[in-house]
Design a protein around this ligand. Structure first.
Ligand code: 13P
Length: 252
């Protein structure tokens, strides 16, 4: 059966010392909480990976990078490869976030390459998809999400696909305070699971963790997580305070 996951995405926030402190606060709170109904991940900026992995080593909280390069190595100044990320001790990488697609022109094709490189390095992928407000208003959101998943993930073998977590993040709900309603999110999550079932079969679809992201907070997490196809959250703003993040972690 699939795992529930709550993952933080710190984005471009916190210095290294601030990040170590936040990671330690989260780890201590998770340990103190005892048995949880979800796995907990913190997604951190590149410079934080090594010290945060060291600080959390052997503990219950896993670490994700927020991106990796679309080449395996070589003359790509400023880039960080999937193998480099894996060598820090991080277990996950977030790929396809709408901020990367939008601000850094990451295409479906480029993300396909990044997914392959990440999986080849032994990382698990948290793959983000989601529509803009214009696309939702135009009624093309199902098609947009399908294209993103088919184009970057559905070339994978079923075994490789098993290393992928999907995150549905409607762009209009990210950082805006406007959350998708639980019914709106569930509609898309069920659609995504159906797409996975058509491609990989019901067993794989049932085992696929699908997270919701977009203004998720302690107050709305219980209603979202109560939906049958919502298996947790990818949390931006509310992951920057340990107490808020824990309010979501304990929402199951
Ligand atoms: P917020 O929780 O700040 O809306 O961000 C969501 C997000 O983009 C997580 O990846």
């Amino acid at each position: 059966m699939r795992k529930n996951i709550v993952a933080g995405n710190w984005k471009m926030n916190t210095t290294v010392p601030e990040g170590i402190k936040l990671a330690q606060e989260v780890s201590q709170a998770v340990k103190a909480a005892g048995e949880l109904k979800c796995d907990v991940i913190v997604g951190v900026p590149f410079p934080h990976l090594v010290p945060v992995c060291q600080a959390l080593s052997g503990g219950p909280v896993a670490v994700a990078a927020e991106n990796c390069a679309d080449h395996d190595k070589g003359a790509y100044t400023g880039e960080v490869s999937a193998a480099m990320v894996a060598s820090t001790g991080a277990q996950y990488v977030i790929l396809g976030h709408s901020e990367r697609r939008g601000y850094y022109n990451e295409s479906i094709e480029m993300l396909k390459t990044k997914v392959d490189l990440a999986l080849a390095s032994g990382l698990r992928v948290i793959f983000c998809c989601g529509e803009s407000l214009e696309e939702r208003k135009a009624g093309t959101h199902f098609e947009v999400i399908k294209n993103e998943l088919v184009g970057s993930l559905f070339h994978l073998s079923a075994e490789a696909f098993g290393q992928v977590v999907i995150a549905y993040e409607p762009i209009w709900a990210i950082g805006t305070g406007e959350t998708a309603t639980a019914d709106q999110a569930e509609e898309i999550h069920a659609f995504i699971r159906q797409l996975v079932a058509e491609k990989y079969g019901a067993v794989v679809a049932n085992d696929t963790t699908i997270l919701y992201g977009g203004s998720c907070k302690p107050s709305n997490a219980p209603e979202l997580f109560a939906k049958p196809d919502i298996d947790g959250g990818l949390i931006g703003g509310a992951s920057l305070k340990a107490a808020d993040f824990m309010g979501i972690v304990t929402a199951f």
